[in-house]
Design a protein around this ligand. Structure first.
Ligand code: OOG
Ligand code: NI
Length: 459
């Protein structure tokens, strides 16, 4: 039971997302520039593309668009991950999906904390891609135990944040005053720190093992490493970035450009080196690059069948390319993607009839006015115009894309090959709970929307 005086977790998340964006904008001015570019592009698309504008208006997504963003962090220990899960739970965020990044040579596995119900997503779709370092992949045993000891010494949460998490769990929520303090305290975990926790030499050793290991181990906390706004046309933004002095990665991750966008397309730019102070140096003599910028365009969530088709076509294009996409082969990669994806139906009707994507059903004016429809099957209600169908937006991430984003920001030079495989069970043990299967969530939302239509038709 929620107490009438408690602030809803959705509202806490909405405020936290805003506070995070304000903090990041102040810390990384380029993020502000990117946000302006995205806003301008979105306005242009809404003014010039009636189909997109109508679609966003009728699903209500138009209201969340300006505040829509995701962030990413990386943590070092099971205890950190488990406490983060509790912190995010206060904001109504659950771990959705399991992503294994080791096939791409990145020694982490991940989940995405986000709201799970469409009503909550509408209040704030804020998501945080959260990775756990797999220390067991450091082969040098001495370095591994050094990394472990450094991590064991740090506390990434403020004492007040921990108290408020416990209070929220105990009381079943937070009062207005507590919620305000919680947002302030929780933000501290994600702040950037110029001072490292290791010497310059220790940093070098960690970094030589993998740059990501240094990023996780050598600092006081899991600084937010990017915040990603949602654009309605990623190709425009990609083309405009250089005009604004920003150099994007060579290719856009995810599916190729389509009439009916599916899943998620992403591009990022490398952040600058930032001055840091190692423990054995006076002042900010060292440097570290961790923080970058990213933008994304979201499309329809795919069913298991649609996702299998996506994975097959993506793999076929990549196999034919025979290499990771890069500057030199970008044109060929894009051509191969377009060619292979011609097999994926590019109309919403086609995707719905073949059950490739999830949709939401809405009653139309005509449907509302008609009472004698009670016995018609769903398809006939749609074809007669009593129900309207809109694609359900994809709220999650893609492992191959995430690997491409990681790599472009860690430098592509060193490709590490790990002999290990995904270990969802170990991840969930560290997390202290199971991750939620994202496909089930989309199916539920689709089902609820159909039920609501039928209920309105008095079935
Ligand atoms: C996360 C990279 C993945 C995405 O949007 O797929 C990612 C990281 O670099 O920590 O952000
Ligand atoms: Ni990202």
């Amino acid at each position: 039971m929620t107490h009438p005086n408690f602030v809803s977790p959705d509202l806490i998340r909405q405020r936290f997302s805003k506070a995070m964006s304000d903090m990041y904008r102040e810390e990384v001015p380029l993020y502000g520039a990117l946000m302006e570019l995205v806003e301008k592009t979105n306005r242009h698309v809404l003014d010039s593309d009636a189909q997109v504008a109508n679609q966003l208006n009728s699903t209500g997504e138009i209201e969340r668009l300006d505040m829509e963003r995701h962030g990413a962090i990386r943590v070092g220990t099971a205890a950190e991950l488990a406490t983060l899960a509790r912190l995010f739970a206060v904001m109504g965020m659950q771990p959705v999906g399991y992503y294994d990044l080791t096939p791409a040579g990145v020694p982490v596995h991940s989940t995405a904390f986000r709201a799970v119900h469409e009503a909550s997503l509408q209040v704030s779709p804020f998501r945080v891609f959260t990775s756990l370092l797999r220390l067991e992949l450091i082969e040098d045993l001495e370095l591994r135990s050094f990394a472990q000891s450094v991590l064991d010494k740090r506390s990434i949460f403020t004492p007040t944040a921990l108290t408020l998490i416990e209070r929220a769990e105990h009381q079943g929520g937070l009062t207005e005053e507590e919620a305000q303090e919680f947002v302030k305290q929780a933000l501290e975990t994600f702040r950037w720190h110029h001072s490292a926790t290791v010497t310059a030499e220790q940093y070098q050793k960690l970094s030589a093992q993998h740059r990501l290991i240094a990023d996780v181990v050598a600092f006081k906390g899991p600084h937010i490493n990017h915040l990603t706004p949602r654009t309605l046309d990623i190709d425009i933004v990609q083309a405009q970035m250089p005009v604004h002095g920003i150099t994007p990665k060579a290719v856009i991750e995810g599916p190729p450009r389509r009439q009916c966008p599916i899943l998620l397309r992403q591009t990022s730019f490398k952040a600058l080196d930032e001055p840091v102070a190692f423990t054995d140096q006076a002042g900010n003599q060292g440097s570290h690059s961790a923080r970058f910028g990213e933008i994304e365009q979201r499309g329809a969530a795919l069913t298991p069948k649609g996702r299998a088709l996506y994975d097959r076509l993506l793999n076929a294009a990549r196999d034919e390319l025979k290499d990771f996409p890069n500057e030199a082969n970008a044109t060929r990669y894009n051509a191969l993607m377009t060619q292979h994806f011609s097999e994926f139906p590019d109309t919403y009707d086609g995707m719905r009839q073949q059950e490739l994507a999830y949709f939401r059903y809405f009653l139309t004016e005509k449907g509302l006015a008609a009472a004698e429809l009670q016995t018609l099957p769903l398809e006939e209600l749609v074809s007669a115009g009593y129900l309207r169908v809109e694609p359900l937006v994809y709220e999650d991430f893609l492992p191959v894309s995430a690997a491409g984003i990681f790599q472009s920001n860690l430098g592509d030079a060193a490709q590490t090959h790990y002999g290990v495989h995904s270990n969802q069970q170990a991840f969930e043990t560290a997390l202290g709970r199971q991750t939620i299967d994202e496909l089930g969530l989309y199916a539920e939302t689709q089902r609820r929307s159909i039920e609501q239509c039928f209920a309105a038709l008095n079935r």
